[in-house]
Design a protein around this ligand. Structure first.
Ligand code: SAM
Length: 332
């Protein structure tokens, strides 16, 4: 289970608040990670007025009470940090460490719908990231509407988007596309298999006053079949964002990032315009930076393209554990 006690949690909170003081004081960014597993078994994310405490236990699969006990422990920790941080609400998500595949956390009762501390929000919640607005919902399963660990990569895209055509694959709520649009992208095309994510994606554009749905296209479909389709019809992009989940089942096929990333890069290169760049990302504890670099470059080799550069991008100070890796690839 988890050995963490409240005094240890307090120490970790204090250290994090000191280390992240500048980020916490930035009024243009109201969502970030305060604890990144330093205390052993807990991450803690701020979403404006509300917080999410993720408990990361090792659950004994043979113990029928393991889940109940984890939710109880998580609730105690969440109530403690809620009072300490004067939070409006703290939501709990229990993410068993061994559940690296496709556990339905909502069905398993690991993500209570209502906050375990404070009151449920009565209005839709929005956060700010470098001045961009995104809608979030914190009580509906594991995803919250935004992956906070992509903040630095979204900022990179925004700063390099002017006049560019951007393809955002596995777009989820299209946070990359919104950042690109704010940065002056000429066109964004965003693809995801999940309609609810795309509905929130459109809402995210609108939250930022961007209402041209032709210039900022959303496609519901399978990225793995859409990439060849876009290539065949001659669509080309200056930046292609790849940020697949570690594991997924779409159209009866299993995608495993650790195994399939090189083919994904090779497929992305078929729609890349001359001089374009692939922003390849992965959030996977089992794949280190070197192995990911190798995967990305292997993709270029599979596509028969020479690598001009493959640059590892720095990640945010609040995600010190280094799970997020991003490589910017340029090919001849
Ligand atoms: C890790 S999230 C992506 C996060 C996103 N890049 C962002 O920055 O917010 C994974 C997303 O991939 C989508 N997905 C998984 N497999 C897919 C596939 N084969 N085709 C399209 N979407 C897929 C899921 O619906 C989910 O929204």
């Amino acid at each position: 289970m988890i050995a963490l006690n409240l005094p240890q949690l307090d120490l970790a909170l204090h250290a994090a608040q000191t280390r992240l003081a500048a980020l916490q004081a930035d009024p243009r960014t109201t969502a970030y990670r305060l604890l990144d597993d330093e205390a052993g078994g807990v991450t803690l994310d701020r979403y404006g007025t509300d917080w999410v405490l993720n408990l990361l236990p090792d659950l004994d699969p043979d113990d029928p009470l393991a889940t109940t006990r984890a939710v109880e422990l998580g609730s105690v920790l969440a109530q403690h940090v809620g009072a300490k941080l004067s939070a409006r609400a703290v939501f709990l998500k229990v993410r068993p460490r061994q559940a690296n595949t496709l556990v339905d956390a909502k069905a398993a009762g690991l993500t209570p719908l209502l906050p375990v501390f404070g009151a449920a929000p009565t209005e839709p919640l929005t956060i700010l990231e470098n001045g961009i607005r995104f809608g979030v919902q914190l009580g509906d399963g594991l995803p919250t509407g935004i992956y906070l660990d992509q903040r630095a990569n979204r900022l990179w895209l925004r700063e390099h988007a002017r006049g560019q055509r951007v393809l955002n694959t596995f777009c989820y709520t299209a946070a990359f596309s919104v950042a690109a649009a704010v940065g002056g992208a000429k066109l964004t095309v965003s693809i995801d298999a999940a309609q609810p994510a795309l509905t929130q994606a459109r809402a995210n554009f609108l939250l930022n006053g961007i209402d041209d749905a032709k210039q900022h296209d959303l496609i519901r479909g399978n990225v793995l079949t859409w990439l060849p389709k876009l290539a065949r019809r001659g669509d080309r992009f200056d930046v292609v964002v790849l940020d697949p989940p570690s594991y997924a089942n779409v159209d009866g096929k299993r995608f495993q990032a650790g195994r399939d990333y090189p083919e994904l890069v090779a497929s992305a290169l078929t729609v890349l315009a001359p001089g374009g760049r692939v922003l390849a990302c992965i959030n996977h504890a089992g794949i280190d930076g070197r192995r990911f670099q190798h995967s990305v470059q292997e993709g270029a080799r599979l596509a028969g393209r020479a690598v001009l550069s493959a640059t590892t991008l720095p990640q945010p100070i609040d995600f010190a554990s280094g799970r997020m890796k991003a490589v910017l690839l340029e090919v001849r």
